[in-house]
Design a protein around this ligand. Structure first.
Ligand code: GUN
Length: 287
């Protein structure tokens, strides 16, 4: 049976590290602050936003929140972001996605000051990652790197296959694995012979959005398998994109769903808030 990569325990350790550093900054008169904006009442977004606020409370980060109605005009949202960009007592700004269809998500992400972009979604942050400059890292891929490192899984020189090419997970994940000296393949819905491609991986990261799609016949025996999925199975039970039951029998290591990648995303958000506060305290330099 595979080693189970315990995202709950690892995320807890990271939150405890952040908590200590937040306390130490507090001793220097700095209150680390995150502004959280939700537009509308998407039930999943409400759960995520509440979990983010809970993690702030745990780590000692002050959270300020705005819950705007579904019919909020884009200009109003942009005006709020502009105001928060200018507030010296706000270190990080997070706009929960997805936004209602009448709002242009790219315009909203562009409006967030890169110095406060704790989600790592701003084109400036993405560009910095791409060319190896310092900047905020998107939380889910950064969390996966932490999971691998803290589980003793070597990345350098290994075959890494990322299935999925989204802006939030697949693309930045590929760049981060490359930064860690992995040999990286990005596969996606149009990839030919996906089983063969996936089967080469020492580290297989799956973000397809399709419940239990990756079965044991996609996985090389002994591979480390990271499941980014958050789906529902035929019994409406939470599951991932990986068929845990069959894959855990042959993988070397595997993340469960829930309790794998999910909790890491929020822990890394807390880390980014801390980084934002530090950078701003050091004289307004960007991350
Ligand atoms: N919606 C789903 N995941 C995320 C995330 O990491 N950040 C934000 N802002 N919205 C999301």
């Amino acid at each position: 049976m595979a080693q189970i990569i315990d995202g709950k325990a690892i995320s807890q350790a990271i939150k405890d590290e952040v908590k200590q550093e937040v306390e130490s900054l507090s001793g220097q008169g700095i209150t680390v602050t995150l502004a959280v904006i939700q537009v509308g009442d998407n039930p999943a977004s409400t759960v995520y936003v509440n979990n983010k606020k809970k993690a702030c409370a745990y780590t000692g980060i002050r959270s300020l929140s705005w819950h705007l109605p579904e019919d909020t005009r884009q200009e109003e949202l942009l005006a709020l972001i502009g105001e928060l960009n200018g507030r010296a007592d706000v270190n990080g700004i997070l706009v929960q996605l997805p936004l209602p269809a009448h709002i242009d998500e790219d315009a909203v992400i562009d409006a967030i000051s890169p110095a406060k972009d704790v989600d790592g979604f701003h084109p400036r942050s993405v560009g910095a990652l791409c060319i190896g400059k310092p900047g905020f890292l998107p939380c889910t891929p950064a969390g996966i790197i932490e999971l691998l490192k803290r589980s003793g899984i070597e990345i350098a020189g290994r075959e890494c296959v990322m299935i999925g090419r989204s802006n939030i997970v697949g693309k930045p994940m590929a760049l981060l694995l490359l930064r860690e000296n992995g040999t990286v393949t990005v596969a996606h819905s149009r990839t030919d012979k996906l089983k063969e491609v996936a089967g080469r991986a020492d580290i297989l990261i799956v973000a397809t959005g399709r419940a239990k799609m990756i079965t044991a016949d996609y996985v090389k025996p002994g591979a480390s398998v990271i499941d980014v999925g958050m789906d529902r199975d035929e019994n409406n039970k939470l599951c991932g994109d990986v068929d845990y039951e069959s894959v855990s029998r042959i993988a070397g290591a595997i993340t469960p769903v829930p309790g794998g990648v999910g909790p890491m995303t929020i822990a890394m958000l807390m880390k980014n808030c801390l980084q934002a506060a530090r950078m701003q305290a050091e004289g307004g330099r960007e991350a």
